[in-house]
Design a binder for this molecule. Structure first.
Ligand code: COA
Ligand code: MG
Length: 289
């Protein structure tokens, strides 16, 4: 049996400088709240945003929602102070941008030395260089706080000079390899954002694609995106029913010791039993929210 997975279907970013948005996040159905100090905050607002993020974490009121601060990089004028402030605030995770290699992960890990033990390190996967070092970056989780990745598809598109097509063809290699590397080391991994704020059908399609790739959830930029994302990233009734049927079939005395059996006209192997157990655990964790 796999350990209980924490639902991370929807992770909503907001500029930490936007007090109204931060307040609204306390009432939204997102699983994760990301208080951003980086891309969404203009240079002149960086210091105020940092103070507001710390204040928001200390004030609490986010209930079951996982709380994350995204800091500026250590190669910027704000990174060091952001990391110090984030470590003191002690959110569930600190998300760091533009990681290129395992040494970068180590540097962020060191910068968080004063953070509570429970504060995890998450990294953005958003540079061309990191795509060729996914294995070593994921392996750094064995000696650091690293426990999650977030795709930064806007930055990746900028670096690659790629177009953000509806099917995201330019990013298929990066998305698939990142999920595979994350899974190889037990990291959670969230998909990138969808910029078209009013295109619900487009959002739904790209959420479906994220599920197809194996992402745990998706990062979002607006409250109206939360409901669609939560729905698509929740196992469907049919999927849960199938999973329960597989679990029940393997539990039958006549199937004891078998590696492959027939369930409702389809083959199920022991590997499918493992998948089914995980899917039911995810569905139960979601139901408990
Ligand atoms: N999180 C929480 N609340 C948000 C929000 C967010 N990401 N985006 C908007 N809201 C709130 C607004 O504060 C407003 O609240 P109100 O009804 O109480 O006044 C309401 O939702 C409607 O906002 P709206 O007018 O539709 O948004 P906008 O046009 O002012 O802003 C964006 C659009 C894109 C600038 C804004 O949604 C945003 O800043 N998104 C996040 C950007 C980000 O963090 N990027 C970094 C990662 S890529
Ligand atoms: Mg970015």
């Amino acid at each position: 049996m796999t350990d209980t997975p924490r639902p991370r279907r929807s992770a909503l970013y907001m500029p930490a400088s936007n007090a109204k948005a931060v307040d609204k996040a306390r009432t939204l159905a997102c699983d994760t709240v990301i208080l951003d100090l980086e891309d969404a905050v203009a240079p002149e607002a960086k210091e105020a945003a940092r103070a507001q993020a710390v204040e928001a974490v200390k004030a609490g009121g986010f209930g079951r929602r996982e709380l994350v601060i995204r800091v500026n990089g250590l190669d910027t004028p704000w990174g060091k102070d952001d990391l110090k402030a984030a470590a003191e605030a002690g959110p569930d995770a600190v998300l760091v941008p533009k990681v290129n290699c395992a040494a970068d992960v180590q540097a962020y890990h060191s910068a968080l030395h004063a953070a509570p033990a429970a504060t995890r390190l998450w990294a953005m996967i958003e540079t061309g260089r990191c795509l060729f070092r996914l294995d070593e970056i994921a392996a750094a989780s064995e000696t650091t706080r690293l426990s999650g990745w977030v795709m930064g598809t806007n930055d990746l598109a900028k670096e690659m000079r790629a177009r953000q097509t509806p099917g995201r063809e330019p990013f298929h290699a990066a998305l698939g390899l990142a999920v595979a590397a994350a899974r190889a080391y037990g990291l959670s991994i969230l998909d990138g954002v969808y910029n078209a704020l009013e295109d619900d059908a487009g959002l739904e399609a790209v959420c479906e694609q994220g599920v197809d790739f194996g992402f745990d959830g998706k990062t979002l930029i607006h409250p109206r995106q939360v409901e669609i994302c939560n729905r698509v990233f929740s196992p469907s009734e049919g999927e849960v029913a199938w999973a329960r049927a597989v679990i029940a079939a393997f539990a039958l005395p006549e199937n004891a010791g078998k590696g492959a059996i027939r369930v409702e006209g389809r083959m199920a192997e022991l590997l499918h039993l493992g998948q089914a157990e995980r899917l039911v655990a995810v569905a139960e964790a979601i139901a408990a929210t």
